[in-house]
Design a protein around this ligand. Structure first.
Ligand code: PLP
Length: 456
């Protein structure tokens, strides 16, 4: 064994460790390391070659407040010097404060939280709470969705090709289509469709055994990695009514959409619908520390006063992570980041829509807040996708990733490594109009690469 305090660390050594010793997420293991990031500030980051680049993905939609905000860094350092963590059977100040803060910012009577280390864990806990509360095994999920990387959330990630590459398990899962108006599963058009997709869920619940068998339905309020799918305004109020009728829990996975991303504190606020369970992560700590939350409504929380709560983790409510979130969440309020996302989101959408007119490979542009998707097609009329659903897990030339490569050369990252034919633009909420213009100009240039694959 080499001296662990003196591991060789030249550029070439580090590159080799990346290639030989590290598992890269959701990919074939590369024979070249990705560029090494050495620093970041605001909406920009710098790689080892000294190049400054624009972050139009907020690092998988997490860095909402931008990189290296001193207020959060100071709070983390202060807490680290006081108490980094303690066994979850004891209380800490940041954990208690954060639990109250989450109850304050989330809608309705969502008020009791389990605090974990990320979005996947938040959804794991949500499924377990749903099973324990209802005593029912079945969970409905929607195709074209991602709920996390461990077994149960991955099994619920229906239609995401990454889920095909593993053995599934966990809940008994029933799959239904998305409210995906651009490619309506029922071949209908809004509003004449009368929201067939949500009425179909009503039928599915009935056929799957109604309130005797179906415990909950999990959904991303605006689907993220699988295509920035924005539902029609009637969708969630109607789903609420259906779930109430069948006594089925609504589980809103706001891991990506929470904390201002869509121009409201939480996407469900757009429709004034309160789910039974909400899961949060990403924007809650903006990547400064890892954290996930599963927050439930009062009556569900109260049930576990008399029923054993069968879930936990060594790092549940980790003090350092909670301190980061407790310092960060008030920044959304003081810096008016939610309002900013709503306002600048309109501008981003407007500018991105210009790209649709200019580029044969852009079939649709949609979004809410600073969460905008550009759907890529080979043919605008037939809507044939530029990238097939399985291309994420196959070793193929993927035109979307060629666009992403070009974006990289031009000095920008967007959310392109999604499992579908959509590139998402999700910059930090602190972005300015000028920086949006800069990003759109780069996107414009990169889309020419996609045009070469499209029919004119
Ligand atoms: C909607 C949604 N849910 C859950 C997750 C999983 O979160 P994490 O990667 O923090 O485990 C993600 C991650 O991208 C997500 O987008």
């Amino acid at each position: 064994m080499i001296d662990l305090k003196k591991i060789p660390a030249s550029k070439e050594d580090l590159d080799r460790y990346e290639v030989e010793n590290y598992f890269h997420s959701w990919s074939y293991q590369p024979d070249q390391p990705p560029p090494r990031v050495v620093s970041a500030k605001g909406v920009r980051f710098t790689t080892e070659d000294g190049r400054e680049r624009l972050d139009f993905s907020s690092c998988f939609v997490s860095h909402n407040i931008g990189h290296q905000d001193e207020r959060v860094v100071d709070a983390i350092c202060d807490q680290a010097r006081t108490l980094t963590s303690f066994a979850p059977s004891m209380s800490t100040t940041p954990r208690a404060l954060l639990a109250k803060m989450i109850a304050e910012v989330t809608p309705g009577d969502l008020e009791r939280s389990f605090i974990s280390l990320g979005g996947t864990e938040a959804n794991e806990a949500a499924i377990k709470i749903c099973h324990q509360y209802t005593g029912r095994r079945k969970i409905i999920t929607r195709y074209r969705t991602y709920h996390g990387g461990t077994t149960a959330p991955m099994s619920l990630s229906a239609g995401d090709a990454r889920s095909w590459a593993q053995v599934q398990g966990g809940a008994e899962i029933v799959k239904v289509p998305q409210p995906y108006c651009y490619r309506c599963a029922f071949g209908l058009e809004y509003p004449a469709c009368e929201i067939r997709c949500v009425r179909y869920i009503d039928e599915v619940i009935e056929l799957e055994g109604g309130s005797e068998q179906v415990g909950g339905i999990i959904f991303e309020p605006i689907t993220g990695a699988n295509g920035i799918i924005v539902p029609p305004p009637e969708y969630f109020p109607m789903l609420r009514e259906i779930c109430d009728r069948w006594d089925v829990m609504m589980i809103a996975d706001e891991v990506m959409t929470g904390f201002g991303r869509t121009g409201a504190w939480f996407a469900m606020d757009h429709w004034d619908v309160v789910p039974e369970i909400m899961t949060l992560a990403k924007g809650m700590t903006c990547g400064y520390m890892p954290l996930g939350v599963t927050v439930v409504r009062k009556h569900i929380g109260d049930r576990f006063k008399d029923q054993f709560f069968s879930h936990g983790a060594t790092y549940a409510g980790h003090a350092l992570c909670c301190a980061a979130a407790a310092a960060l969440i008030p920044i959304y309020q003081s810096d008016k980041l939610v309002e900013r996302s709503a306002e600048l989101g309109k501008y981003l959408l407007e500018r991105a829509r210009e790209l649709k007119d200019k580029h044969p490979c852009v079939g649709d542009v949609r979004g809410m807040g600073l969460f905008v998707g550009i759907e890529l097609v080979r043919n605008k009329k037939t809507k044939e996708p530029l990238t097939t659903v399985d291309s994420k897990i196959r070793k193929v030339v993927d035109p979307k990733m060629e666009i992403a490569k070009k974006l990289g050369e031009l000095g920008m990252i967007a959310m392109a490594a999604n499992p579908v034919n959509v590139i998402a633009l999700a910059p930090p909420l602190i972005i300015t109009k000028e920086e949006i213009d800069e990003g759109i100009a780069i996107m414009d240039e990169a889309l020419a690469v996609g045009d070469a694959f499209a029919e004119k």
